[in-house]
Design a protein around this ligand. Structure first.
Ligand SMILES: *Cc1c(COP(=O)(O)O)cnc(C)c1O
Length: 371
């Protein structure tokens, strides 16, 4: 699905030198590499504060801890997402409220958010799924009207731009009160292990986020709140600082690969190509086909596999059907779209190192297998 080794080969000397600088100086936790990456990422995103942390799940958890949400507070998020989003809400003894998604972009539906709001609702967590932004203008409008926080899960969409109706553009993750991301190796900006970050334009929140990520310490050995231990180490920061310089190039490479898939696969009778949201760029963390009902996905995946082509199903089950997140609050009848997507999505390989030959091979297989 990705080619991390091929990507490394192109920037090997820069990465190797960045790694050796960290080892040679013995500064593994906190230090120049972390400071440089944090500053450069803030400039790239055009956001005031970047708080690095250990992974994208921690980023979400720290974000919710910083907002002082209380047990029983309701947090609205998408039913069709990766589990981390719902998980941290439940872990903090908040109540996850799952809502339906848009049938075309697969992103959280603003109408469904509005319907799910109660007097206990405190926050909305839109997930910018597969590389394009959830519809942030109506989401921010709803949040303002109901005095709710917005935490954007940007693990799959770093680098994407959202365009507001007035033409103003903002990077994914910098629109709500807090944005979070993951640097898991296969993400669009991936390190060589685990990593994550939190973004905010709010000075007071930034201070709290930093404090919570560092055991709740306001200064050394002064513990003002219960926090956690969540750090991005210097080796990962040094690697990310090199890769950040190439992030726009990586986005463009994914977009060109997606455009070629689009051109070649638009004629498939039994599948539709990804729909581009009108108000967001798409950085194609995933290239996801929607199979027509009745198409045998299991057989299709097997046929791809026999030709040496990996495929993935993101995600095979909507969150409301998972044992951990079942709730008497809702039933299958509330999620026809999310259920249908879980039954018919199929992601093809897409990454920064794809060659025309590789894509032609996958395209001709798709034309044979899916038709
Ligand atoms: C990857 C991912 C996460 C979690 O990131 P980790 O670094 O693996 O903890 C959270 N949300 C979404 C949408 C993701 O894709």
């Amino acid at each position: 699905m990705v080619d991390l080794i091929g990507q490394y080969q192109h920037i090997k000397s820069e990465i190797d030198s960045a790694i050796h600088t960290v080892i040679d100086t013995g500064r593994f936790i906190g230090g120049p590499a972390l400071e440089s990456f944090t500053k450069n990422l803030a400039a790239y995103l055009d956001v005031k504060h970047v708080v690095p942390c250990a992974n994208g799940t921690d980023a979400l958890q720290i974000a919710m801890m910083a907002l002082n949400l209380q047990p029983g507070d309701e947090v609205i998020t998408a039913d069709f997402t990766y589990a981390a989003t719902a998980e941290v809400i439940a872990l903090l003894r908040l109540t996850p409220v799952l809502v339906e998604v848009d049938p075309l972009t697969f992103n959280i539906s603003p109408e469904a958010i509005e319907k799910a709001i109660t007097s206990a609702t405190r926050a909305i967590v839109p997930v910018h799924l597969f590389g394009q932004c959830a519809d942030m203008a109506p989401i921010m409008e709803i949040a303002q009207r109901h005095h709710l926080y917005v935490i954007e899960d940007t693990a799959q969409a770093i680098g994407a731009y959202y365009t507001f109706p007035d033409g103003k553009k903002q990077r994914a993750g910098t629109i709500g009160q807090i944005g979070t991301t993951s640097f898991f190796p296969s993400k669009n900006l991936g390190c060589y292990g685990d990593g994550g970050a939190i973004f905010t334009n709010d000075d007071a929140l930034a201070k709290r986020l930093k404090m919570i990520a560092n055991h709740g310490q306001s200064s050394q050995y002064v513990f003002d709140d219960i926090g956690c231990n969540s750090r991005l180490d210097n080796l990962q920061a040094a690697i990310l600082d090199v890769k950040l310089k190439y992030l726009d190039k990586y986005c463009t490479a994914r977009q060109s690969a997606a455009a070629y898939y689009d051109e070649q696969l638009a004629s498939l009778q039994n599948a539709t190509i990804p729909v581009r949201a009108a108000n967001s760029t798409h950085v194609f963390h995933q290239y996801t086909l929607t199979l027509k009902p009745g198409t045998d996905r299991v057989a299709a995946r097997k046929a791809f596999e026999q030709r040496g082509i990996p495929t993935m199903v993101y995600y095979p089950s909507p969150m409301h059907r998972q044992n951990a997140y079942k709730s008497p609050r809702y039933s299958d009848a509330d999620f026809p779209i999310s259920i249908r997507l879980s039954e018919c999505v199929l992601s093809l390989p897409i990454h920064t190192e794809m060659t025309r030959d590789q894509q032609d091979y996958i395209i001709s297989a798709a034309k044979d297998i899916i038709q």
